[in-house]
Design a protein around this ligand. Structure first.
Ligand code: HSE
Length: 436
């Protein structure tokens, strides 16, 4: 059979890695796909920039539409990122009857509903394994491997940069900005690293995971999103002392009254596998009713790990090029007319345990006042730590762990605690999940 011609949009970290993997493993890939996959054209804005890949024999163009409009190209791999031009190019490729492979989580999370509807109309595939958790085939797992299950919840470390930072803060006592700069140098961080540290990147990925886990539309605007910028060395140390690690998690949980969809720092018992996922590695725990808890672990970013997912999608698309569209795996795992419009629950309705860090005046009765407010709101305390004041200081940190409670009760308690004269700074909360 003739090779399938593909076009690449973008030659950055992921694009360069994809060229390398396709070239190095071309023989194995053809044996799997049943045909060779040939890169016909690549688009890059800067053709003269030094590359991590060899472009010998590949036509390089500086107008992306020369890829999208090329009638010989059957599959377009969108690896430029962003949501404006990428959306136009992806819709343009679909309109021209081309299949699309993308690593673009923001594009899928924000515009996936529109893109999949258009792709279904045109009978083409849009594959996005590389959009979530880099090289871990978590989309395939949820869409196919666990298709017999009712998914109850999933929780994942789905931003490598954030995990790299939290790990270095714990293991090396390094400060935040220094580790972030290293993650950027290594090509893990987003073009705008606030997407990593403020949780937006993880929220894009969680949106996609929740849609294919529960058969709901993509609802990025309803994900509660909190980053790691307020986590201090002090928090990392207290968590350790209490037997926990701080991880930045994306959590999606099915409840009788709706879906919890949240990204935030989280204390996890130190003995859990998820608590021991370090550096740029990602991991996702999925709890299905039949299979029980399952864990998927691997590199969540970087050139070749992400290319591994892009190329797997290319192979999948090539294998089903001639299949009738209705016999392909649905984009969002469930048939489009069977998606359920389940409500996303507000954070006030979420139930979890908490780590609280207060800074209080060191004098008799303060601990009792705080404990009284927690008791008034029916919040049960699991542990308390209070240290000696540092030399020359009169304020002390006061750390609480609570049992599980609805977030609205904790909000009410914290408002009252903050108003106490002895409380010297806004209390900081980190949610705590045992993931049992
Ligand atoms: N910036 C992302 C991360 C890259 O750190 O996980 C992969 O999506």
């Amino acid at each position: 059979m003739k090779p399938v011609k593909i076009g690449l949009l973008g030659l950055g970290t992921v694009g360069g890695g994809t060229v390398n993997v396709l070239r190095r493993n071309g023989g194995e890939i053809a044996r799997r796909a049943g045909r060779a996959i040939e890169i016909a054209r690549v688009f890059t804005r800067n053709p003269d920039k030094p590359r991590i890949c060899d472009l010998d024999g590949i036509e390089v163009v500086t107008d992306p539409w020369q890829v999208v409009n090329d009638p010989d190209i059957a599959i377009v791999a969108e690896l430029i990122g962003g949501t404006d031009i990428a959306r136009e190019l992806v819709l343009g490729a679909i309109d021209r009857g081309k299949h699309v492979v993308t690593a673009n989580k923001a594009l899928i999370a924000l515009h996936g509903n529109e893109i999949f509807a258009r792709a279904s109309e045109k009978g083409v595939m849009v594959a996005f394994e590389a959009a979530v958790a880099g090289g871990i085939p978590i989309i395939k797992v949820l869409r196919e491997g666990l298709a017999g299950n009712r998914i109850e919840w999933l929780a994942g470390i789905i931003n490598g940069t954030g995990n790299f930072i939290l790990t270095a803060m714990r293991d090396q006592g390094r400060d935040f900005a220094d580790v972030l700069a290293e993650a950027q140098r290594l090509g893990y961080a987003e073009a705008d690293p606030t997407f990593d540290v403020e949780g937006v990147d993880a929220a894009h990925k969680l949106t996609i995971l929740a849609a294919i886990a529960f058969g709901i539309p993509l609802r990025f605007d309803q994900v509660y999103t909190e980053g790691i910028t307020r986590v201090t060395q002090e928090d990392v140390r207290y968590a350790e002392e209490l037997g926990y690690r701080i991880k930045h998690l994306g959590i999606a949980r099915r409840r009788a009254d709706g879906i919890e969809l949240r990204v935030h720092p989280c204390l996890v018992p130190a003995r859990r596998l998820l608590a021991n996922v370090d550096g740029v590695m990602n991991a996702v725990v999925v709890k299905g009713d039949a299979v029980g808890p399952t864990l998927y672990y691997g590199p969540g970013a970087g050139a070749e790990p992400t290319a591994s997912a892009v190329v797997a999608d290319l192979v999948d698309v090539v294998r089903t090029l001639t299949a009738d569209p209705e016999n392909r795996v649905p984009h969002l795992a469930f048939q489009p007319d069977a998606l359920a419009d389940l409500p996303i629950l507000p954070m006030a309705a979420v139930e979890t345990a908490y780590y609280l860090r207060l800074r209080v005046a060191d004098r008799p009765g303060v601990l009792a006042d705080v404990a009284r407010i927690l008791a008034d709101e029916a919040i049960s305390i699991e542990a308390v730590i209070q240290k000696e004041p540092r030399p020359g200081q009169t304020d002390v940190p006061l750390i609480f762990l609570t049992h599980r409670v609805q977030e609205r009760a904790l909000d009410a308690a914290l408002a009252r605690i903050e108003a106490l004269e002895a409380v010297k700074a806004a209390p900081y909360r980190i949610r705590l999940e045992t993931l049992e």
